[in-house]
Design a protein around this ligand. Structure first.
Ligand SMILES: [Zn+2]
Length: 231
């Protein structure tokens, strides 16, 4: 199976789906990560350092490709949506993924919301698309910080066992502690190692697993004559 993960910022792919990506790549599946913004220009200009951390995290997770669209951090909503769709379209055309992972569309971070909207266009279910499934991941320090009103609340219906890859997720996150301003914070911030582990264990206990990442299934298309989804 081929899997495309869309991330608004370098670290979102690890925070939201790092354990799942590692599990998939260990199982022989091909995973690409498409990072839309530089993740830093709103705060500092050490952009190459940020990129290097993302490449190292991708390596830890076993991703075969990490691409950078290079948009400015915290400004995706200032762009015409078509500009954000284009790099995602390109990845979909090149990789021909069956599964696409993306942000939850009601996160408190506006770049995440735009990434979701652009993904929904790039993965629309036209007859020629390779995409069979689209799932949203949650991003600690954004998804749970949205106002808790109807429609804003992440409602997971897919739990992936990351019992054997939680340590890999944390190791990938460790790469992001080396960015100029450091993306890893002290507990109880959701982007601390302790919180990330606690969140994964909590989701695991809700689903009978040692540790889990949660997703919202947006669409699953089962075509005649094709095998059932592998993961
Ligand atoms: Zn983000």
């Amino acid at each position: 199976m081929r899997v495309l993960t869309i991330a608004a910022h370098p670290d979102d792919e690890t925070l939201g789906a790092g354990g799942t990506i590692s599990r998939l790549t260990r199982g022989g599946h091909e995973v690409w990560v498409c990072i839309l913004t530089d993740g830093a220009s709103a705060r500092h200009d050490h952009l190459d350092q940020q990129k290097d951390c993302a490449l190292r995290a991708g390596e830890v997770l076993g991703a075969s490709q990490v691409t950078f669209a290079g948009f400015e951090d915290q400004r995706l909503d200032a762009l015409p949506l078509i500009d954000v769709i284009t790099p995602i379209d390109k990845c979909v055309a090149e990789l021909q993924p069956q599964l696409v992972l993306t942000h939850f569309g009601q996160d408190v971070n506006q770049d995440h919301r735009v990434a979701f909207a652009a993904t929904m266009v790039a993965t629309r279910p036209v007859g020629s698309t390779s995409v069979e499934r689209v799932m949203c991941y949650e991003t600690p320090s954004s998804t749970e910080w949205a106002a808790p009103f109807s429609g804003n609340v992440f409602s997971p219906n897919v739990y992936v066992d990351i019992g054997s890859t939680l340590s890999v997720k944390l190791e990938a996150m460790r790469q992001y502690s080396r960015t100029f301003s450091g993306e890893v914070h002290a507990f109880p911030h959701p982007r601390s190692y302790q919180a990330l582990e606690a969140i994964a264990r909590c989701h695991g206990s809700a689903s009978g697993l040692p540790a889990a990442e949660r997703f919202m299934l947006v669409r699953s298309v089962h075509r005649e004559g094709e095998p059932e989804h592998a993961a």
